[in-house]
Design a protein around this ligand. Structure first.
Ligand code: 6CS
Length: 312
């Protein structure tokens, strides 16, 4: 049988590298084949999610940045400064988190999705046309965010004018000055040439990009046990592979950006400069609880407990 798997990035970007490893494992350990659909081949992120929910696709990678409208609790990944900056702690969190591995699967299941894994894609940095060292510098900056209300809340708290847009409109939007900023992990800033349409990169350490891979639930539930187990172990292999793949990727991407555009300014904010951004996080956390109620609060509390386990 051929299974169809779509994701939000190119084949040689992080989601694509994960998908290729998954495909390789499935094909080595079963008679099934996996057909990969990189970003753009089947539409935007929202389109591939619909296709996965309706069963046209068996597998989909959609980031919580876009899943927030479907599963509001998934927006927890946009509470600033919640995830640790230390890579080992972060990786261990995704491996062991009760919220990620036990609670979120139930919420995805309610939407007809079997959540297979969540993994980090790297520290998120801002790219803008003017320098940013404080929230004041974001004043009047139309800042593109993925389409979820909490991210809008975040950038409002950071002082900007948040503009939710699908990925496909970002490069052109920056080029034509409809927007003046966006955020993404360094590898993605490099691979999508964001440095061509912005002049400053600012890292405030406020988040790490999280993504999620899922299967259509009816499809998954209908599989024999041996196939389900085979898929789960292919996911485990791809998960460890993608963490290893990302070691040093942030720094390598910075080098490539500097090579492509020597005049690009890359600024890592100091602790002092980060403080006002950190102060804004409390408002965002409150907004998250307001939006998601008891269920969101439970997830947030569990996540904090899970984070405590890995950072202590
Ligand atoms: O910003 C975005 O919309 C995109 N960023 C990444 C790192 N992956 C896919 C997503 O569409």
């Amino acid at each position: 049988e051929t299974w169809r798997y779509a994701f939000e990035e190119a084949l040689d970007e992080v989601q694509g590298v994960f998908a290729q490893k998954f495909k390789e494992e499935v094909e080595a350990n079963s008679d099934h084949t996996v057909q990969l659909f990189p970003y753009g081949t089947l539409g935007e992120s929202a389109d591939i999610m619909e296709q996965a929910q309706s069963g046209i696709l068996q597998f989909v990678d959609q980031s919580p940045g876009f899943t927030g409208s479907l599963i509001p609790e998934a927006q927890v990944f946009f509470v600033p400064y919640l995830l640790p900056q230390d890579e080992e702690d972060l990786f261990e969190f995704f491996r062991t988190s009760v919220a990620v591995n036990e609670m979120f699967p139930e919420l995805y299941a309610d939407q007809g999705l079997e959540l297979l894994t969540m993994f980090p894609e790297g520290e998120v940095c801002m790219t803008t046309k003017e320098p940013v060292t404080s929230p004041e510098d974001l004043n009047e900056v139309k800042f593109r965010v993925m389409t979820n209300p909490l991210l809008v809340e975040s950038y409002q708290a950071f002082g900007a004018t948040p503009t939710p847009l699908p990925w496909g409109e970002v490069y052109g939007g920056l080029q034509t000055n409809i927007i003046q900023g966006q955020e993404n992990p360094m590898f993605f800033i490099e691979s999508t040439k964001m440095y061509e349409v912005t002049d400053y990169i600012t890292c405030a350490g406020h988040n790490n990009f999280t993504t999620a891979v899922m299967a259509n639930k009816d499809f998954f539930d209908g599989l024999p046990d041996e196939d389900q187990l085979m898929i789960e172990s292919a996911i485990d292999v791809a998960f460890e592979h993608i963490l290893e793949y990302q070691q040093g990727l942030h720094e390598e991407s910075i080098e490539k950006i500097k090579e492509a555009k020597p005049e690009m300014t890359i600024n890592i904010l100091s602790e002092e400069e980060r403080q006002p951004f950190k102060d804004a996080a409390a408002t965002v956390e409150e907004a998250f609880i307001e939006m998601t109620g008891e269920s969101g609060k439970e997830i947030l509390d569990q996540m904090k407990e899970d984070l405590n386990q890995v950072t202590n």
